[in-house]
Design a binder for this molecule. Structure first.
Ligand code: SF4
Ligand code: SF4
Length: 174
């Protein structure tokens, strides 16, 4: 079957803030050898649809600042020429799942062109990533909660997230 994304100009990779988990970041570091500051940023939480449990609370002089972990976006740092993902094999699980949601259904407001949506409906193989996505997201949220209890500084946050994730990664297929 035709790849539905070949009929699109990568709307999702251009229009969304690409939020990720620390497990996604470990996968990219391992497979590309890139340093996190090349491709990663602490972004302001999106105005809409923010998942409160992924918000990182960082403190400077007793003042709280909120962030989410994200790839450099608009467009995604990893979007290459011809609108192809340059890290396709080890892209974030949310990317592998999209346009399906965690219930394995097509996201109602998915950005895909109509023809692509039809093809996704005919062959819902991407939906099979839902279970792994939910498992890693659940662990990530627990790591975020632990970080938030620490009232730490932004400069310490990424090391904390990666160290916590490193010790848990064996339980996931990487
Ligand atoms: S990682 Fe790949 S699939 Fe995900 S938004 Fe970036 S370019 Fe698109
Ligand atoms: S998932 Fe949808 S919006 Fe994203 S590249 Fe594929 S067809 Fe386009």
């Amino acid at each position: 079957m035709v790849n539905p994304c070949k009929l699109c100009t990568a709307h999702c990779c251009k229009d969304y803030l690409i939020t990720v988990t620390s497990f996604d970041v470990l996968r990219v570091i391992r497979n590309t050898g890139k340093k996190p500051d090349e491709f990663l940023e602490f972004s302001d939480p999106p105005m809409l649809n923010a998942d409160d449990e992924t918000i990182l609370e960082c403190y400077e002089q007793n003042e709280r600042f909120d962030f989410v972990l994200a790839f450099k976006s608009h467009q995604c740092y990893f979007l290459g020429k011809n609108n192809e993902c340059t890290i396709h094999q080890f892209a974030p699980l949310s990317c592998k799942l999209y346009p399906y949601n965690s219930s394995g259904k097509i996201t109602p407001r998915a950005l895909c062109p109509l023809i692509s949506k039809v093809l996704f409906k005919i062959d819902p193989s991407s939906a099979s990533h839902a279970r792994s996505y939910m498992a890693q997201l659940k662990e990530y949220k627990q790591i975020v909660a632990k970080w938030n209890r620490s009232h730490g500084k932004k400069s310490e946050c990424l090391n904390f997230l990666l160290q916590e994730s490193y010790s848990l990664q064996k339980s996931f297929k990487f």
